[in-house]
Each structure stands twice: as C-alpha cells, then as structure tokens.
Design a protein. Structure first.
Length: 123
C-alpha cells in the first residue's frame, strides 16, 4: 500500500503520513521504497501501524509521545502479544483494552481502522 492509500484509510493528510515515516515515529518499521522519487510501498500490517501513528500525530500528540506509544505497543513487530499486532489479527481484545487502560475511544478507533484495512486486503 502506498502513502496516499494509507492517508485515505486513516483520514489524514498525506503530509502527516510522510512525517510519520520521515521522522521515525514507528521505531520498528523498515522504510519501504527504492529511493528518492520512488513510491514507498508497505504491506497491510505496516500500513495499519503507520496509519495509527499518523492518526495519533494528527490528533495533536507530540512526536515523542507518538513514538513512545508505538514502541510500547509493538510498533510494526508482528509477534504474538504485541498490542497492535493483536488488534490487527483480531486476537485477545480484552487484553488489548487492559493494555490501553480501557481507553474505549482508542480501542474503537483501532478496531475501525483495522476493519478498514482488512476490507482491502489480507490479514
């Protein structure tokens, strides 16, 4: 998925998505793309994680806070027990709600975003 598609899914400006990528707000993400002038492509899970970070940044959280949240919840690591991976894979929602301190708004946002990404590709 390219940057424009990620921005559409997250309902944020493409500049926010580029900022997330260019400033390393998702610490465990390997940057895609073949170099300057080449479109960056990401798999669906990476796109989901980038969208989460862009939405948090767009909501007004400072860069360092977004990075800390992404690091604390697994970022782009596809491992059992990592919060964002669990949300994406539909695993253990009660555990995720606990990890997010029962922030219902954030949990609902993650589920809505996950569903939007899974409508267009494989989980």
């Amino acid at each position: 998925m390219d940057i424009a598609a990620i921005a559409r899914k997250a309902r944020v400006d493409t500049r926010k998505v580029r900022y997330v990528l260019d400033h390393g707000l998702v610490p465990s993400l390997m940057a895609g793309g073949a170099g300057r002038g080449q479109a960056r492509e990401f798999d669906h899970f990476q796109s989901f994680v980038i969208a989460v970070a862009a939405m948090l940044f767009d909501a007004g959280l400072p860069k360092d806070r977004v990075t800390a949240i992404m690091r604390a919840h697994g970022g782009a690591r596809q491992q059992r027990g990592e919060t964002l991976w669990s949300v994406y894979r539909h695993d253990a929602m009660p555990e995720i709600e606990y990890k997010l301190r029962t922030n219902v708004t954030l949990v609902a946002l993650l589920i809505e975003l996950r569903d939007a990404f899974q409508e267009s590709g494989n989980a």
